[in-house]
Ligand binder design. Structure first.
Ligand code: URA
Length: 446
């Protein structure tokens, strides 16, 4: 088989066979097929689209391009969660210990942030000593011992995705539903997930800008899950304003800790409870949404989720004192509350602008190898629909550089828009997609 023939076949609109897809994925992973041919192939896939069968075959080929983690002996049924990426998205920091505290093992590999969307690994690394590079033996041993692991994505799992994603990023082929589906699902399958809750973000701070686009992605993810024999629930959630108040690594860890102590912002806590409830239902820990939500809320309020979080941090080398007293976490030198320029109802807090501002403060990476400043970030003090009084603090900037602070102040002021008349609050979730063709309205908003 020759790469050029597989490229030409797809270029001309024909359906590729399983063998052709495996040949290409394996060849590219082993460096036998060069970037320029893989780039042409990806563009052909992007432009011609892919059938359900091709998407499934691509997902499986990518999942099998490296190790397949088998956790069956330790955890017979693994439920994972994945977010498509957002601003202020610290959900895994609360949901993972919450679900684990309900008696369901959580073994989760998480990613770094790229661009203005944050990554759970970067947030966890703001806890001094916390290791995000556990190897397979350590991963399994910790899961067996305490029932929870939150670590970085292993390079040995779905290496084809790492290579292909990097190439898609620079060849304008990221925005393809079948390529996104195979990228996300291959990693989850390789990591041993039997079922998963996918948090599909929509809005300015997300990959999908409209609910319609997010629905297409959510349905494709659920459908692929069905084909692969995995139970998948996708929640389409708002990302047009930041989730919670805190955006920035250590600030988000602090907010997650507050939430584990029954504090934290209402929208963030409610979001975590809904995601946790879906995981509990998938893992047969609760029969329906109401009992799952009650179990999650009781577990949060009992302090068990906080204790599980602490156990995990200690097991992974993080100093307990940093999380018992989050004042010990990295902090920025300059902390400036910025007053509201006017009174009025808050009409918008542009999540993408907030995310990009935090990145410009040093809290994210512009290039893959950039160092992160864990202490910097932004606290927004209001949510869309709130009534704001002139001169009260609208947001607080945490910075380590005067010029960057000044730039952030202007940018964030412009990111907040006001209205003289009442503004409807944004829903937390737009839709739940559990079975393609059988979607329900979530009914969950705030
Ligand atoms: N997240 C992924 O993991 N892959 C994509 O292609 C897009 C978002």
């Amino acid at each position: 088989m020759h790469a050029i023939d597989v490229i030409a076949k797809k270029r001309d609109g024909a359906e590729l066979t399983q063998e052709e897809i495996e040949f290409f994925v394996q060849g590219y992973t082993k460096d036998e097929i060069p970037d320029y041919q893989a780039a042409a192939w990806l563009m052909a896939l992007y432009l011609r689209g892919m059938s359900d069968r091709e998407t499934l075959n691509l997902t499986m080929a990518m999942a099998h391009s490296g190790d397949m983690l088998d956790l069956k002996e330790i955890a017979p049924f693994v439920v994972d969660k994945h977010s498509t990426g957002g601003v202020g998205d610290k959900v895994s920091l609360v949901v993972a210990p919450l679900v684990a505290a309900c008696g369901m093992p959580v073994a989760k590999m998480t990613g770094k942030g790229l661009g203005f969307t944050g990554g759970t690994v970067d947030k966890l690394e703001s806890i001094p000593g916390y290791r995000t590079d556990l190897n397979e033996v350590e991963f399994k041993a910790q899961l067996e011992k305490i029932g929870i692991v939150l670590t970085g994505q292993s390079a040995d799992l779905a290496p084809a995705d790492g290579k292909m994603y990097g190439l898609r990023d620079v060849t304008a082929t990221v925005e393809s539903i079948p390529l996104i589906v195979s990228s996300i699902m291959s990693k989850k399958l390789a990591a041993g997930a039997d079922a998963m809750v996918l948090d599909v973000k929509v809005g300015s701070g997300a990959f999908m800008k409209t609910v319609e686009q997010a629905e297409v992605l959510a349905e494709a993810l659920v459908h692929l899950g069905d084909q692969a024999g995995r139970r998948v629930v996708a929640l389409i959630s708002d990302m047009s304003q930041p989730l919670g108040w805190a955006v920035g690594n250590a600030l988000e860890v602090r907010e997650a800790i507050n939430t584990l102590h029954e504090g934290g912002p209402d929208d963030f806590r409610d979001h975590c409870l809904v995601v946790a409830a879906e995981m509990l239902i998938l893992g047969d820990k609760a029969p329906d949404t109401n009992s799952a939500l009650t179990l999650a809320l009781d577990t949060l309020n009992s302090g068990a989720a906080w204790r599980k979080f602490k156990e995990m941090v200690e097991a992974q080398g993080g100093g307990a004192r940093y999380i018992k007293d989050p004042d010990f976490l990295p902090q920025a030198r300059l902390v400036e509350p910025v007053p509201a320029p006017r009174s009025g109802y808050l009409a918008g807090v542009d999540a993408a602008e907030v995310g990009m501002t935090v990145m410009a403060l040093g809290g994210g990476r512009e290039k893959k190898d950039d160092q992160i400043d864990h202490g910097v970030g932004v606290i927004v003090h209001y949510k869309v629909g709130d009534l704001v009084q002139k001169e009260t603090p609208l947001f607080t900037v945490h910075a380590n550089d005067e010029a960057k602070l000044a730039a952030a102040r202007e940018r964030l002021l412009a990111a907040h828009t006001f209205s003289d008349s009442p503004v409807q609050r944004l829903p937390l979730f737009y839709r739940r997609v559990a079975d393609v063709g059988l979607e329900d309205e979530t009914g969950n908003g705030d």
